[in-house]
Write a protein that binds this ligand. Structure first.
Ligand code: ADP
Ligand code: MG
Length: 452
């Protein structure tokens, strides 16, 4: 696949989507340099230009390429050799640039998972801000977003992203000292150093880094002494303009039993969060995972997994592994039925026949401040139409009733009306994660009540 053509198309589409003045300013001086299967390299006139472009337009550019090619494409900006700006050559940024982007195989970083790279991170609405900040930091650690606080629920990609940052910095500059540590290990190491009276070695280690990545900082809740030590480490690094990155399963203000002054430091820089991607994006992630592993699965199986596994990306991968392992073990082809069966084993709920239609109607009506007769009735105001469609969708999802039977339960509506409703809700879920969460919450309530 030649990405140059995709790039040209992306450019012409972006032209219609971006303010003309901005477009002329930023995009007219971009030049296509080269591409690989997963990355395009463009040139820009200066480091400042690059930083601005990345800050303001990288997510949109990546999003457009994702849309056009159907897979995540890395976008790399190189600075053009420019005879007319000797000033830039003196600056730190140009200095690192002169070494060129490291394409050669370097020794991988000891503590970092080599699979956790920026290239393998699928970027979409749910994470584009966090992603583009990480990319910016990787190009100029210590100077842009410092400290950087990344939070999000379990399995949403925090460790992947923070390690990808470490890998990127290491790849560009092998001499840069990058330390990645789980907060849990940080605590243990610190405690051991007290016992063994090796505190100065501990201090030396953590105050002598260019990039310090501390994963799962919420584990420091209640750990007064370690918090104190981290506070001092933070100050030393911050003053020396060294990059510090934290991840957490919650926002800074939600951390409990945390020394006020440390909290204050943690949240003084930039904060970004990761959210659950829509199922459309979960499908892209699944496809990229199986491609990386050289596996193949039918599209309908992948779609099923993407739709059904809506907790987080770790579970998504878990389900994929489970299904693949099953197929391999039993040498069975993975059909939609096999996948369905396996998913049921992983995500067992109450038996589906036990969910009564009127329970669904009742829960959905209540949640929307409507009565069941509103829901079944003829009125078609938006306030009623959407909940009605949601109820139809949920019944179709949880039970074996046919669309004709469901139509009967909604004041004798035609089966095509039900099909239309299901399709509409599927489409909406596909692109609106917040809507998906609402529907999933309803399903959870309904299953709970059906089970009790
Ligand atoms: P967390 O640290 O937030 O609990 P992880 O970083 O361990 O989550 O992510 C769980 C799994 O999901 C990892 O295997 C990771 O590679 C994968 N993953 C998460 N987000 C993405 C993404 N945007 N693109 C590709 N893989 C992802
Ligand atoms: Mg993690």
């Amino acid at each position: 696949m030649n990405l140059q053509e995709f790039w040209n198309e992306a450019l012409s589409q972006l032209k219609n989507e971006i303010d003309p003045g901005e477009f002329a300013f930023y995009f007219s001086s971009l030049e296509f340099l080269s591409s690989t299967a997963e990355e395009v390299t463009l040139t820009v006139p200066s480091p400042i230009f690059r930083a601005q472009l990345e800050k303001n337009y990288l997510p949109q550019v990546r999003g457009k390429l994702l849309e056009l090619t159907g897979r995540p494409i890395g976008v790399h900006f190189e600075i053009r050799e420019s005879k007319s700006s000797p000033v830039l050559v003196k600056s730190g940024m140009a200095e690192t640039h002169r070494q060129g982007p490291a394409r050669s195989a370097r020794k991988p970083h000891q503590q970092l998972n080599p699979d956790y790279t920026l290239e393998k991170y699928v970027v979409a609405k749910n994470n584009e801000l966090a992603y583009s900040m990480t990319v910016a930091i990787s190009k100029d650690p210590g100077n842009i977003y410092n400290p950087f606080f990344l939070f999000g629920g379990v399995g949403l990609g925090k460790t992947h992203l923070i390690q990808a940052l470490g890998n990127a910095v290491h790849k560009q500059n092998e001499k840069a000292i990058v330390i990645y540590v789980q907060a849990e290990s940080f605590i243990n190491e610190f405690m051991t150093s007290i016992q063994n009276k090796t505190q100065s070695a501990f201090k030396n280690k953590y105050r002598n880094v260019d990039v310090l990545l501390i994963d799962d900082i919420h584990d420091l809740q209640n750990k007064k002494d370690t918090q104190e030590e981290l506070f001092n480490t933070f100050n030393a690094l911050y003053e020396a303009k060294k990059q510090i990155v934290f991840t957490s399963d919650r926002a800074p203000h939600e951390l409990k039993n945390f020394a006020e002054r440390l909290l204050n430091r943690l949240s003084r820089g930039t904060i970004a969060d990761l959210q659950l991607p829509s199922w459309e994006i979960r499908l892209v992630i699944l496809k990229s995972k199986i491609e990386q592993r050289g596996l193949q699965l039918p599209d309908d199986v992948l779609e099923l997994i993407a739709k059904k596994v809506n907790t987080n990306i770790r579970d998504l991968e878990g389900a994929l592994n489970q299904i693949c392992a099953y197929g391999e073990l039993l040498k069975r082809e993975i059909t939609l039925e096999v996948a369905q069966e396996q998913l049921k084993r992983v995500f067992a709920g109450p038996a589906q026949e036990t969910v009564p239609i009127d329970l669904v109607q009742k829960v959905v009506a209540e949640a929307n401040g409507l009565s069941v007769s509103d829901l079944k009735g003829k009125r078609r105001t938006q306030a009623m139409a959407l909940p009605r469609q949601v109820a139809m969708y949920i019944i179709r999802d949880l039970t074996e009733y046919s669309t004709t039977e469901i139509g009967m339960e909604f004041g004798g509506r035609d089966h095509t009306t039900v099909m239309h409703a299901v399709q509409k809700i599927e489409d909406k879920i596909k692109t609106e994660p917040s809507f998906e969460v609402k529907v999933q919450n309803l399903i959870r309530i309904i299953k709970d009540r059906a089970g009790s």
